[in-house]
Write a protein that binds this ligand. Sequence first.
Ligand code: SPD
Length: 283
Amino acid sequence: MSAIKTWIDEYHKGSRFGLNGEILIKKNSKYQEIIVIENEYYGKALMLDGCWMTSLKDEKYYHECLVHPALNRIDKKSNVLIIGGGDGGTARECVKYSQITKIDLVEIDEEVIKISKKFLNEIGGEAWNDKRLKIHIDDGVEWVKKTRDNFYDVVFIDCSDPSGFSNLLFSDSFYKDCKRILTPKGILATQSESPESFKNIHLKILKTLKNIFRISETMYSFVPIYPSGIWSWTFASKEYLHLSQENYNEAVKIEKSCDIWNLNFQNAAFKMMPNKIIKELNS
Ligand code: SPD
């Protein structure tokens, strides 16, 4: 008997971005509705509260862009924090670096981790068994509040769009706490939404990080299943550090394991800020 296929859409201001396929699980956790669907082209895909998070086919565009610009740039990388990231993709990219001794992954919704391990295990894969990875079911905002100063070398924010409980992950006070818990040369790496479909939020994130950190730089690439497809990641640091510069020797090793990221890709991506965003940031 063939599986029943249905359309699941992310609705966005009168447009919709959908995948057709068999629903593998649809469940309400304490925090949100979680759906995993299996689509012919994108493979299994995860939706949280009506928003596409990731799919097997396109997740590397997102996770490689969030992780490698930061870890390639920074020399000392022992302690890493991932806020969110319950599908395991960010952790999978982090464990490629042998210099990292500890990765704290703080995910508020345990169900996301359980469902990702069960239905999307291709994403986290062996990273879930890596001894350096410590999983904490906790609120990321509270986690950074209670962390001591200068503790993490890199903080990754791998969160959903701002709404409900994730709103605070875009607030001034949260970013200030992230700055406080970073080592002097530490880097904050965050997904920073779409300059097209979430332009206002995107601008707000960039302006806030510029005000709080000494330096912040944004790169642009594609995540095909997200509304409009174009997405961004922003990297901020307390010290004057050219974030878009590279560590060539390390990159050569890491590039071999990547589907998307390499230094040429990164260098181009840091130069892709659309002109309308440049104008609005300068106005
Ligand atoms: N519009 C979706 C934004 C989601 C960003 N986070 C995705 C999580 C993948 N690990």
